[in-house]
Ligand binder design. Structure first.
Ligand SMILES: Nc1ncnc2c1ncn2[C@@H]1O[C@H](COP(=O)(O)OP(=O)(O)O)[C@@H](O)[C@H]1O
Ligand SMILES: [Mg+2]
Length: 369
């Protein structure tokens, strides 16, 4: 059992505030991912949880106990970093058992714990090797093993896969998800990579400039981003944005002026007036080639990925990405018309805040049961 709670956490470095009042609840056995651009404060927040960085103000609770003044060694946490920092002269077994040796755990018990972790991580064959005889992925597994043997109540991972090549990252992602299942542990994972966040998290915390922009399940953030930042950050390729004028609005929807005809987006239009300027957001996978569509663009670039094909379109100063079928026959320089299902579109106010969808997406609604 391990829950974590952050209450209005603030961190100042000198006169610069880098964490600006973060509230968060992490449930027992939850896999929570902090995601955001480089420099947004992810590592600082993680280090404060670990006790490696003091907290300027606010409270941190583990299992309901306030731990602000508890030292890092006594927080029952284990942290895995991007640089795995193994001892080069020690074998895998000694690296994994090093902290236990420091804690004066008897040799037999140490070996038992290391073997158990090695089994989970498929490192049994490699226990006698030195780090230099391991691949990057194997080294990272040893670093994770070092955390597992300590039997922490919460695992903290800070961009642990960033040094690995793309194929290995995908494999380690799957292994970490499996590890989470197997260990039944609470895990907090930091990454700047929204795909890692989407694929691994039970709950994503999107940070920007030391502020939480939104907290929710991957599909909740995908279908109901709270603001333009989250909308643009989550999802790949990125959401398309277009400045639009409003023809009219009521509680049931907002009528948007588009070059080839108006469309009604089913969001709550309270407070929106005719003539207002909003930003329309449509994901590339929600655009489709359509000879009757209200939008047009010229194809600049075509990226064929096999299963899907991305079309990069331009119309005046607006740019669009449209994800089409893999076998789409369009060609560069073609002028095409396209459309979207208004139920999949988003509208953002000038301050970036999203207008709420009239109906919660069914998948997201069922999540909250
Ligand atoms: N020890 C420090 N002293 C001063 N500024 C720091 C220190 N550590 C981090 N920062 C600043 O705090 C901000 C957040 O950093 P960090 O938490 O490392 O971001 P992230 O992990 O999201 O990339 C950055 O602007 C960084 O320069
Ligand atoms: Mg960092």
């Amino acid at each position: 059992m391990a829950t974590l709670q952050l209450n209005n956490i603030v961190k100042n470095f000198g006169s610069t505030q880098v964490i600006k009042g973060v509230d968060l609840e992490v449930k027992d056995r939850e896999f929570v991912v902090f995601v955001g651009p480089s420099g947004c404060g992810k590592s600082t927040l993680m280090r404060m949880i670990a006790g490696l960085e003091s907290t300027t103000s606010g409270d941190i609770f583990i299992d309901g106990e306030r731990i602000n003044d508890v030292g890092p060694a006594d927080r029952r946490l284990a942290m895995v970093f991007q640089s795995y920092a193994l001892y080069p002269h020690m074998t895998v077994e000694d690296n994994m058992g090093f902290n236990l040796r420091l804690a004066k755990v008897p040799k037999a018990e140490r070996r038992e714990k290391v073997l158990a972790a090695a089994r989970i991580l498929q490192l049994e064959e490699l226990l006698d090797r030195k780090p230099r005889a391991l691949s990057g992925g194997q080294r990272q597994r040893v670093a994770i093993g070092r955390a597992i043997v300590r039997n922490p109540s919460i695992f903290l991972f800070d961009e642990p896969l960033s040094n690995l090549d793309a194929a290995l990252r995908v494999q380690m992602r799957i292994e970490l998800a499996r590890l989470h299942e197997e260990l039944d542990a609470t895990m907090i994972y930091v990454t700047h990579d929204q795909i890692e966040a989407m694929t691994m998290a039970d709950k994503i915390v999107v940070l920007q400039g030391g502020v939480v922009e939104q907290i929710g399940s991957p599909m909740a953030l995908y279908h109901h981003p709270a603001n333009r930042f989250v909308a643009g950050f989550i999802g790949s390729p990125k959401m398309n944005f277009l400045d639009v004028e409003i023809r009219g609005a009521d509680a049931e929807g907002v009528d948007v002026v588009l070059p080839g005809g108006d469309c009604r987006v089913p969001v709550k239009g309270d407070g929106v007036s005719t003539g207002d300027k909003l930003t329309l957001g449509v994901r590339p996978e929600h655009l489709k080639i359509d000879d009757q569509g209200p939008l047009t663009g010229k194809i600049l670039v075509i990226e064929r990925l096999g299963g899907t094909t991305s079309l990069y379109l331009e119309n005046g100063d607006s740019q669009w990405i449209l994800v089409a079928d893999g076998d789409v026959t369009s060609r560069v320089h073609d002028q095409i018309r396209f459309s979207f299902d208004p139920a999949c579109a988003h509208l953002f106010k000038r301050n970036g805040e999203a207008l709420l969808h009239r109906h919660c997406h069914p998948l997201v609604a069922s999540e909250s049961k």
